[in-house]
Design a protein around this ligand. Sequence first.
Ligand code: 4GY
Length: 226
Amino acid sequence: MKIDILTLFPESFAPFRESIISRAQKAGTIEINITNIRDFSRDKHKKCDDAPFGGGAGMLMSVQPIYDAVKSVLTKNSKVIFPTPAGKVYTSKIAQNLAKQEHLIFICGHYEGIDERLIQLFDAEELSIGDYVLTGGEIPAMVIVDSLLRFVPGVLSEGSLSEESFSNGLLEYPQYTRPQVFEGLAVPEVLVSGNHAEIAKWRKQASIEKTKKNRPDLLKGGEHED
Ligand code: 4GY
């Protein structure tokens, strides 16, 4: 999978040179390219913002530099993503579908946003990572890329996927490691019993309890009785 990220702040993607993502890049499973939108400004001062028609506070990103930046990476198999609080809420299910794409292009917005015609022209998918407003699209782009990579074959070690939160519609069960008693708190006895059937039962029940407490909205479907 190839991922192009278009941004006015390429330095903010420094964390991408670390950890899991760079390992996946080295393995050749994915390729991530960062493009500076400012390189596409035709203005003599490399200006990349402009006032909105209709007036109001703040500036928009100029349309031409973004248009040319997208054009410079676009192929017939590209899918363009625009992270915005005005988008459809991003979920693990959307991550799994994005992971099947050959090429993703992220437009990172800044200031008050981008010209709506860019959404139209590139049939961009508007995705929101949650109901709050950040100062730019870089962090949401990183969130989306980081979270979809686990669904690209070969990026995560096999097996680390299936028991995580959301894979079964429930939150992850509580986990414990050594020591068996810490600050007077003991690990649930069943987890040290060696009885794998009982452990699986306990984990399912604990997942349901955790979901009831933290995310009751996830239980609305009613599949998980108890
Ligand atoms: N929430 N989910 C989000 C965001 C910042 C101005 C457009 C979000 O996805 N993006 O808060 N983005 C804005 C800043 C330009 C993006």
